[in-house]
Design a protein around this ligand. Structure first.
Ligand code: SAM
Length: 370
């Protein structure tokens, strides 16, 4: 794996291709399982491909500059279309919705969408688990309205606690104090339990891991360390910039007494550890060094309505064509069940042997959502 590199290059004006729709067949009414027996439980919905940060590992400035063509508004799924799609996914077994992007808080009137999604119920009448991933830049202003609209929890991405390192990483000179204020406000209005995700890039911010742990320890916030991943095709990813979670854990254990925790639910992405003195917990997401495709139960709906079965997929299924083409609910259910039922991917597990989606351009994280 040592030599793997994703070169930085330009994808202006190039969108992911569309994956073929399965042949039409009625849905049998049972929650679908994919070919590896995985149920469909989580849906991540990207509500915008725009972001106000230019993190070099996600939307590098050189590629996403003033000339980059983001999707025009007419291409985005409307709130009604998102809600209709989400309702169909819920009928098929989805219980958790995560709004993402781009930066989801840049989507105008997002609270309205949250209200609409919060009105959905599972077939046995239960509300859904609705959460959001944000860079936190607009959270201080929006936390109250999001909570009132029915959002339950929020995950904030934060890659450093040192202001200079953070400004460098977001590459738009955004101060860390404003994100911390957003986190504080989210906690104050009860968007809990709050998680903070830190992408660890060796040589860039790995020295921030301990200060981050110290900062959030005892705060009730779960800090999760994510291995820098080879998503997309623009970030110049190199294996030697990945700090394996196992190494990070050793560093943390030199300072803190940590005990492993059992996963809370199947398909959980993070390995959980608690501070032995009871001052909270941390998570390690080893997306590169320890692939966890076996129980992946997530689907992703892109900003313009393509259904992706994996972060590493090259193509998505065009659900928008169905939504805008007059498909009935039964047709929508059948299409999603058919797509999920044919799913066999395990891209992360294959990393290192065969390149995932070899030869094809993989979809970008800001477009599909994290
Ligand atoms: N703007 C929102 C945010 O900052 O959380 C949501 C979208 S962002 C694409 C979702 C998450 O993906 C962020 O935590 C970001 O750090 C993470 N991410 C982006 N590129 C990544 C990569 N190459 N490896 C690991 N995580 C990545």
């Amino acid at each position: 794996m040592g030599e793997q590199v994703i070169p930085i290059h330009d994808l202006r004006g190039r969108l992911a291709p569309s994956a073929p729709m399965p042949p039409e067949a009625a849905w049998d009414g049972r929650p679908p399982l994919d070919r590896r027996g995985r149920p469909l439980h989580d849906l991540r919905i990207s509500v915008t491909d725009r972001c106000n940060f230019r993190c070099s590992y996600c939307m590098p400035k050189e590629v996403f500059d003033k000339t980059h063509a983001f999707l025009p508004h007419s291409e985005l799924l409307s709130f009604e279309e998102i809600t209709r799609a989400a309702r169909a996914f819920v009928a098929l077994g989805v219980r958790k919705l995560r709004l993402t992007g781009g930066e989801p808080l840049l989507r105008k009137n997002l609270e309205r969408l949250i209200e609409m999604l919060a009105g959905l119920r599972t077939p046995d009448g239960q509300p859904l688990d609705i959460t959001l991933t944000t860079n936190g830049s607009l959270l201080a202003r929006k936390a109250r309205a999001l909570k009132d609209a029915g959002l339950q929890r929020v995950t904030v991405s934060l890659d450093a606690i040192d202001d200079a390192v953070f400004r460098r990483m977001n590459d738009v000179d955004f101060p860390v104090a404003d994100v911390l204020q957003g986190i504080e406000q989210a906690q104050a209005v009860g968007l809990a339990p709050l998680k903070v995700n830190m992408v660890v890039k060796r040589g860039t911010n790995d020295h921030e891991a301990l200060p981050m742990a110290r900062h959030f320890r005892g705060s009730g916030i779960v800090l999760r360390f994510i291995e820098y991943m080879d998503v997309g095709a623009t970030n110049g990813w190199r294996m030697d910039e990945v700090l394996p979670s196992a190494h990070l854990l050793q560093r943390l254990q030199q300072v803190f007494a940590l005990e492993p925790l059992q996963p809370l639910v199947a398909g959980e992405t993070a390995e959980r550890w608690r501070y032995a003195d009871g001052s909270g917990e941390i998570g390690l997401i080893s997306s590169v060094t320890q692939a966890f495709c076996g129980d992946c139960n997530r689907a992703r709906l892109s900003t313009e309505g393509r259904l992706f079965l994996c972060l590493f997929a090259a193509a998505g299924h065009d659900l928008r064509a169905l939504l805008r083409g007059g498909a009935s609910d039964a047709q929508l259910h059948a299409a999603i069940a058919g797509i999920w039922g044919r799913r066999a991917d395990r891209y992360s597990e294959l990393r290192g042997s065969a390149q995932p989606a070899a030869g094809a351009r993989r979809v970008e994280m800001h477009y599909i959502g994290g």
